[in-house]
Design a protein around this ligand. Structure first.
Ligand code: PGA
Length: 265
């Protein structure tokens, strides 16, 4: 029986210039190095702005448990694409992978389902981790169509993904748009229920390989609600925005995640 990986990844969004990125990443790396026991079963990462990835990487040397991610990635590796940063570039910069399809990219920067799919395939195809974000807007939650919205996002991004890319480095993140940056968190029951729905969809397509994927929750996760969320079951950690900007709160979320019972599919 395999055990799903637990993750806590901080999405710094458009925050932390290099100096702050270095200080914060160093404090997180030091906190992880000094932590004991179960904390080490949680994979911890941060996604700095591109400009600050190199500085954050310095904090991770020579050896650290802290993973680096990009917040977004281009669908192509190189060429005449002004403003873009592709999978090979983020890998070269020291990132283990990228967030893909964050709702802010979808809503504010024109990331359509089709583009999200291309970015996801390019990232996984380059041997990197991809954290695919899905989540419904408030109207869909109120109308009771939240599951079908999320399934249509999953289906657009993943339907024809070859099995070897599913099993490689695919991580899912359920982030209800109405909970992001609003202080309004999904209840543990709402989150766990959507995670079961996502896992069911993955299992239908790829059996155990699909069901084994880590599914993170994101949306106003804080040190004081992380424990209840992760205890609800089927939640394999978190994608954290605001509460990841300071090392102590991110580390507190990591400890809360580590204290959850082991998840076995
Ligand atoms: P938040 O952001 O924790 O600030 O709500 C989460 C995210 O956007 O990934």
């Amino acid at each position: 029986m395999s055990q799903r990986a637990m993750w806590v990844v901080g999405n710094w969004k458009q925050n932390h210039l290099p100096e702050a990125a270095l200080t914060t990443a160093r404090a997180i790396a030091d906190g992880l190095a000094g932590a004991n026991g179960g904390v080490h079963r949680v994979h911890v990462g941060v996604a700095p702005p591109y400009l600050s990835i190199a500085a954050a990487r310095t904090a991770c040397r020579p050896i650290s448990d802290l993973w680096l991610f990009a917040q977004d990635v281009a669908a192509q590796d190189a060429g005449a694409h002004t403003g873009e940063v592709g999978p090979a570039m983020i890998a070269q910069a020291g990132c283990a992978g990228s967030i893909v399809g964050h709702s802010e990219r979808r809503a504010d920067f024109g990331d359509t389902d089709a583009l999200v799919r291309r970015k996801l395939h390019a990232t996984l195809g380059a041997g990197l981790h991809a954290i695919l974000c899905v989540g419904e807007r408030l109207e869909a939650r109120d109308a009771g169509t939240h599951e079908s919205v999320v399934i249509s996002q999953l289906s657009a991004a993943l339907s024809d993904l070859p099995l070897e890319l599913v099993t490689a480095r695919l991580i899912l993140a359920y982030e209800p748009v109405w909970a992001i940056g609003t202080g309004r968190t999904a209840t543990p029951e709402q989150a766990a229920s959507m995670h079961r729905c996502i896992r069911g969809w993955l299992a239908e397509r790829w059996s155990a390989a699909g069901a084994d994927r880590s599914i993170l929750y994101g949306g106003s996760v804080k040190p004081d609600n992380a424990g209840a969320l992760v205890a609800a079951g089927d939640i394999d950690g978190f994608l954290v925005g605001g509460a990841s900007l300071e090392a102590p709160s991110l580390l507190a979320i990591v400890r809360a995640t580590a204290s959850a019972p082991s998840h076995t599919p």
